[in-house]
Design a protein around this ligand. Structure first.
Ligand code: NAD
Ligand code: ZN
Length: 249
């Protein structure tokens, strides 16, 4: 592992631009379960997130979906960035494309303007009516119950991207551009199975980026990696990034 870590550091040192592409595994050590682990709260573990996090699920039973999100929001309210987020936050030249809907990169100190939330954010609600643009901030510790949009009367919903929905267009365009231009893509804690997001790893590679993968298991990204560091993000990222002079610009 030490040998791989020093190869990865050398690769970062030789990269003028670094983009971090993260997934739920980055936040797992902050107590936010990934969708694919088996330790979800007993109350909700019998529900499939893919069904709850979908337009069909919401339209079938909106109260149930809002209740699930509000349960997650209360967990997010108490969650703190872990050593992985903190190590990334020390690098203020790194740009971030994240699939995470949490705000732990921001809480760790990454400027909000450096983060592209591909799948939206749990910290806001928006109107479910596609032609209405009303949005509201949400207090994570005390989220509002199911309610109607004050502008058009349709239901408010979390400002996240559900399975089957399109990604926010400008975020998607900017994320693709970043991945086309970056010298190194640092892929952290993603199974690389949710598309189109996972396609960004292929795109970066096609445009000549080096790929470093940090994950606690091999994934769909493994075969694209120049260097793969298997282990937890909270353990590997500080070892990779702390006290190492990289990205001097
Ligand atoms: P995923 O659950 O598909 O994959 C997570 C990957 O991280 C897995 O390969 C897992 O083995 C790995 N992992 C788990 N713990 C780790 C750790 N401590 N260190 C390193 N790796 C670890 O997640 P995904 O690829 O992000 O896709 C799932 C979708 O679910 C995304 O669309 C995302 O928006 C959503 N989601 C978000 C959150 C969040 O915001 N925190 C949580 C759950 C799901
Ligand atoms: Zn509305």
């Amino acid at each position: 592992m030490e040998n791989l870590l020093s190869q990865a550091r050398a690769l970062l040192q030789g990269s003028a631009t670094v983009t971090v592409f993260s997934g739920a595994g980055l936040s797992a050590e902050s107590g936010l379960s990934t969708f694919r682990d088996k330790q979800a709260d007993a109350l909700w573990s019998r529900f499939d997130p893919a069904e709850l996090a979908s337009v069909q699920g919401f339209e079938k039973d909106p109260g149930h979906v809002i209740e699930w999100y509000n349960w997650r929001r209360k967990i997010h309210a108490d969650a703190q960035p872990n050593a992985g987020h903190r190590a990334l936050a020390q690098r203020d030249t790194f740009l971030h494309v994240t699939q995470n809907v949490d705000n732990l990169l921001e809480k760790a100190g990454v400027p909000a303007g450096n983060i592209h939330h591909l799948h939206g954010t749990i910290t806001r609600d928006r109107c479910h009516n596609p032609s209405c643009c009303h949005e509201e901030a949400v207090e994570l510790a005390n989220p509002a119950p199911m309610r109607q949009c004050p502008l058009c009367g349709q239901l408010m919903r979390p400002a996240v991207v559900w399975f089957g929905e399109n990604l926010p267009e400008s975020t998607w365009i900017q994320s693709r551009e970043l991945c086309r231009q970056t010298d190194c893509l640092l892929v952290v804690g993603t199974s690389a199975t949710v598309y189109p997001a996972a396609g960004l790893i292929h795109l970066a590679r096609q445009h000549g980026s080096k790929i470093i993968v940090v994950n606690n298991e091999t994934t769909g990204a493994s075969e694209l990696a120049d260097i793969e560091l298997i282990g937890s993000a909270g353990n590997i990222l500080p070892r990779l990034l702390d006290n190492v002079a990289i990205c001097p610009q």
